[in-house]
Design a protein around this ligand. Structure first.
Ligand code: ATP
Length: 329
């Protein structure tokens, strides 16, 4: 059953279009990744959907959550839907916690707001949440300040605050980017487990396809304000069809592949003020033709599943030996 439905979502700032018509559905309990390089519109998509962009943003299209339209809705209604059903965690955990308030109080405040829990009940639930997200000795650390926790533990505390409201949807915007590699893996594990156990839906925003595959069922690859490919994680890994997706995979380090050279995607994401006429990826694409340089390909459903926006897709893969170990089950 569809929980979030985004239709033809467009955003412009000061007359510059940065989102060009995003369509995306998220089912109840489903985890969907939004992947792409910096500046391709991953965050703006969710900030627009949740009414969190500055006033100067011009937003068109439709976003419904549980059937309720949010675009153009009165701010109080958007706030109510957002507060009751949606939680967000961000890249930099230390800047999202209040440095001068004990961590237990910050989690308890979430419990008071969302579940009307106070006093001893709130304290007991705070300890339970800290336990659930893997903070050791929660009962004694509840009265510490954020600076007394490591970066990974601060992200765990923010996840606990997000869970306090028992959200139907968790939006995780680059939640592991600021953490070192081993801690990243632990936080990804935690998110994957929480999602499985709680049944909440998740949007996982990242430039890292590997991280997305650890948590998500499906991913949408974004480029220059559009979704260019969308599919189940396993299908994307097995056979990326858009040259950009394929390029993102070629740039992931793979320890099993020995000393294989990484192939970065050449060039950079275009400035939204100066987009090329046709496909925005064409200037970086080895397979681009004159058609790509003059026309924007539509995002079309594919016979073999998923959706793709490309005139010259990469041939369905015979998976190279070095990538076989990476295909998620
Ligand atoms: N408040 C704003 N005012 C003007 N332009 C903005 C604003 N917020 C975002 N943009 C522009 O919108 C485009 C998409 O930005 P967005 O933050 O969604 O990218 P992203 O894919 O999430 O990148 P990152 O991974 O760096 O967060 C960029 O060109 C960005 O400069």
């Amino acid at each position: 059953m569809t929980f979030v439905s985004v239709r033809d979502l467009k955003v412009a700032f000061d007359g510059v279009q940065v989102l060009h018509g995003i369509d995306l559905d998220i089912g109840k309990g489903e985890a969907v990744g939004l992947v792409g390089e910096s500046g391709c519109g991953k965050s703006v998509t969710w900030l627009a959907a949740l009414g969190l962009l500055p006033r100067k943003a011009r937003i068109q299209g439709s976003v419904t959550i549980n059937g309720q339209e949010l675009i153009g809705a009165p701010a109080r209604r958007v706030e109510k839907v957002r507060g009751a059903r949606i939680a967000m965690i961000f890249q930099d955990p230390s800047s999202s916690l209040n440095p001068v308030q004990k961590v237990g109080r910050q989690i308890a405040e979430s419990l008071r707001l969302h579940r009307n829990l106070r006093g001893a009940a709130a304290r007991a639930e705070t300890i339970a949440l800290m336990d659930q997200v893997g903070i050791p000795s929660a009962a004694t650390r509840i009265d510490l300040y954020p600076h007394e926790f490591s970066g990974g533990q601060c992200q765990r505390l923010l996840i606990a605050m997000a869970l306090a409201g028992q959200p139907d949807l968790l939006i995780a915007d680059e939640p592991t980017t600021a953490l070192d590699a081993t801690i990243q893996a632990q936080i990804l594990d935690l998110l994957a487990n929480l999602r499985r156990d709680s049944g909440m839906a998740m949007v996982f925003i990242s430039h890292d396809l590997g991280a997305v595959s650890a948590v998500c069922d499906r991913a949408a690859v974004m480029y220059a304000g559009r979704i260019v490919e969308q599919n189940d994680i396993a299908a994307l890994f097995r056979s990326p069809r858009h040259p950009y997706t394929s390029g993102l995979f070629a740039a992931i380090p793979d320890l099993d592949a020995g000393r294989r050279r990484l192939r970065p995607v050449n060039g950079t994401v275009p400035d939204p003020r100066h987009l090329p006429l046709g496909c925005a990826f064409a200037p970086r694409c080895d397979g681009a033709s004159a058609l790509c340089q003059s026309c924007q390909p539509d995002l079309k459903p594919q016979r073999q599943g998923g959706r793709l926006s490309c005139f010259h897709p990469v041939a369905p893969a015979v998976i190279p030996q070095h990538q076989q170990s990476r295909v998620p089950a």
